[in-house]
Design a protein around this ligand. Structure first.
Ligand code: ZN
Length: 125
């Protein structure tokens, strides 16, 4: 559970399914999102899809002229609900790092892909 920005109770939770936006160093590819699914049977598939999207991003970013170390990662969704039925601010974005996507996976993939695409990584998570 997370805090609801409207009633401030510890009553906010993720929808069973939703979209995660993948934003790295404030950049997002046009297709830089995945569908998440909290069903444990779908977990492996979802994490593989996430790894695939990261690979696409690294490949894309490796073609940039001015490359900065990749340090900032945002994985956010607006698929949250309050148990009290509060109306959510339309621009509310909630991080799924550690709750839906494990930090260890993000670190591992950044390390692996940084080598693969010869990009510098200074991850701050
Ligand atoms: Zn609420």
């Amino acid at each position: 559970m997370m805090y609801c920005p409207t009633c401030f109770n510890n009553s906010l939770h993720f929808d069973d399914k939703g979209v995660i936006d993948i934003i790295i160093n404030k950049k997002q590819m046009d297709a830089g999102r995945i569908i998440y699914n909290l069903d444990p049977a779908e977990r492996d598939k979802m994490l593989m899809e996430f790894a695939k999207k990261l690979d696409e991003f690294f490949k894309w970013y490796s073609n940039f002229q001015n490359k900065e170390p990749l340090c900032h990662v945002e994985l956010v969704t607006s698929a949250v609900k309050c148990d009290s039925g509060c109306k959510m601010p339309t621009n509310l974005k909630t991080s799924v790092i550690d709750s839906i996507i494990p930090v260890s996976l993000i670190r591992d993939e950044f390390g692996r892909l940084g080598q693969k695409y010869n990009l510098e990584i200074e991850l701050k998570i």
